[in-house]
Design a protein around this ligand. Structure first.
Ligand code: NAD
Length: 409
């Protein structure tokens, strides 16, 4: 099943319960605009290379479109469509004034020199500059892009439109970025997990956790999990899994990872195959790497009884059905990883007001938004007797649907 078909399936499950008409479903599912563009640049060797860039602007009923840009060889229109729609529901679930967008360039970033990466970024911005902007569509970092890429986008965008740092988020702190943006998604994942454990009457203190992915999201999630009293026993990345039932030393692992770019070879735990992390014997599993990793093949082997979806789309609908049957609680991506877009929202607000918040304020407001959103989705799930995923979609679609009806077409 394609990524966009999986999101649509979750959408229809909630839409069915809401009694949405076929016309309303079509209106909410159809992206408002899809851009497919040429990104031509000169390699260091002097050769001209042509890449394809995408931006899907799914919905802006509640505010400008918002979502990341990926530089990854798997980027295509279907992936961008699925992720743009997830952003629409995500911004609605946490009730920040945005719609959803997503995009990127189909390229293996490992083949680009720094200069080539800058050129790709600037040429892509040239193609997008008239359809993005602080009131239209605000990109952010995602796989293969970072604060430096956002700085180049801002600089290129401003050549056309003048000073306007609110045109993207996830910028370097020295260049109008927000304190705490880098940690926001990982921190948010743990804030949500802590609230969920509280709901099911289980202590966070000493709770064991396995995380797949030790990039931006996975590493901060591991750091917060252990700093707040949980025990991270298993960490996996694309090269292998490291585990230690006594708990891994996350600071030491982070230091090792920064040097080696993998967790494999870290001596503070036992090494095994990359996919083992998903079936680790832990209380909580946090997939924080890529989409589609929990499938009908491995769902019955998962031993955690709570899954917090830090990655976008890590659970296929077939695996989701298995987890429901097995009473494994799944907190869906559209809530679990919303910390990043929430702090992006704080960055945009600061840029527009030319007023800088402290890190303390950012963390306090982030935690408040996420805790309230978990409470709300939990209450809807209990009241409607549905999964947390369906409840989150009910909340998200409900808010976007109301805004659409109130605004009219
Ligand atoms: P990243 O590139 O920094 O890290 C990705 C990690 O996943 C790396 O450790 C990599 O080794 C691992 N990985 C990749 N392929 C793998 C595989 N096949 N098996 C096991 N591990 C694999 O990315 P990130 O920014 O941490 O994002 C991770 C996920 O979280 C993505 O799905 C992304 O869309 C989602 N997300 C990120 C943010 C954010 O703010 N960065 C916000 C919301 C959602």
């Amino acid at each position: 099943m394609s990524a966009s078909a999986a999101v649509e399936r979750y959408f229809h499950e909630a839409a069915e319960l809401m009694g949405l008409t076929a016309n309303m479903r079509r209106l909410l599912l159809t992206p408002q605009r899809e851009v497919r563009c040429q990104v031509a640049f000169e390699r260091d060797s002097g050769e001209i290379e042509t890449l394809i860039g995408y931006r899907v602007q799914h919905n802006n009923a509640r505010g400008p479109m918002k979502g990341g840009l990926r530089f990854n060889k798997h980027v295509d229109d279907d992936e961008a469509r699925a992720l743009a729609s997830l952003m629409t529901w995500k911004t609605a679930v946490v009730n920040i004034p945005y719609g959803g967008g997503k995009g990127g360039v189909a390229v293996d970033v490992n083949t680009l020199s720094k200069g080539e990466l800058e050129q790709v970024t600037r040429r892509f911005t040239d193609e997008l500059q008239d359809v993005i902007g602080p009131d239209k569509d605000i990109p952010a970092p995602d796989m293969g892009t970072d604060a430096q890429v956002m700085a180049w986008i801002t600089n290129q965008y401003q050549k056309y439109h003048g000073f306007n740092p609110a045109c993207v988020t996830g910028k370097p702190v020295e260049l109008h970025g927000a304190e705490g943006r880098e940690e926001a998604t990982g921190r948010g994942v743990v804030v949500c997990a802590r609230r969920i454990l509280e709901k099911v009457g289980r202590p966070f203190e000493g709770a064991t956790m396995a995380v797949q992915g030790f990039g931006n999201v996975g590493s901060f999630a591991a750091e917060y999990w252990s700093a707040w009293g949980g025990k991270v026993t298993t960490v996996g990345d694309r090269h292998g899994t490291i585990s230690n039932p006594e708990g891994l030393d996350i600071a030491a692992l982070k230091e090792y990872f920064t040097r080696e770019r993998t967790v494999r070879g870290f001596t503070g735990g036992d090494v095994s195959a990359a996919e083992d992390v998903l079936v680790a014997d832990v209380d909580v599993l946090i997939p924080a790497a890529i989409g589609g990793v929990l499938t009908k093949e491995n769902a019955s082997d998962v031993r955690a009884d709570v899954i917090i979806e830090a990655a976008n789309g890590p659970t296929t609908p077939e695996a989701d059905a298995v987890f429901r049957d097995r009473d494994i609680l799944v907190l869906p991506d559209i809530l679990a990883n919303a910390g990043g877009v929430t702090v992006s929202y704080f960055e945009w607000v600061q840029n527009r007001q030319h007023f800088k918040w402290t890190l303390d304020r950012i963390r306090t407001e982030l935690d408040a938004i996420l805790n309230a959103s978990v409470d709300n989705v939990w209450a809807v799930a209990k009241e409607r007797k549905v999964s947390l995923r369906t409840a989150a979609f009910l909340v998200g679609i409900g808010r976007v649907g109301h805004a659409t009806v109130l605004g009219g077409v």
